[in-house]
Ligand binder design. Sequence first.
Ligand SMILES: [Zn+2]
Length: 186
Amino acid sequence: MFGTTRVSLNDNLLKRTSDAEVRAVMGHEIGHYVLNHGLRLTIYLSLLLTLGYLVVARVMDWSIARWGARWGVDGRADPAGLPAALAIMAVFLTLLTPVQNSIIRQAEAEADAYGLAAAREPHGFAMAAMRLSTYRKIQPGPWEEILFYDHPSGYDRVKRAMTWLAENQNAADVRARVTANSFGTN
Ligand SMILES: [Zn+2]
């Protein structure tokens, strides 16, 4: 927005990884920009929040009709009802976490695919994914991934990187990289 678009690569990435990994991560981040994920996620998550406010309004009306007198809350516009409204929103957002995670994870998987095709560094991408396993479980179960993961798992990312390599191993630039074993040394 307003020409503020930027890709920031953090110090740990730049200091602790090979150039191949930095190129792979950069390709992924550029993918978010090229594929318009900022706008798309803003729209999707706004729709989710709009649904949340609708749920809050309905449940508040129902709650006030039932307990309003005991709470001393006259209606939705009464500020005394704010704690209840926030509690309802918190429950809604918790229940909808898997949906939110899946919306984001889908965009992340797209950026992965773009990054592999653009940076052409499958080994670098796989290695960066493995490094993330220091704080992310590398191979979650399918439900675990749907419920808790807002990025594809390391297992999935390495597998897709190697599938991409298998499909593109005859491209001259990819063959040159694998033959020179540039991964990890540059
Ligand atoms: Zn991403």
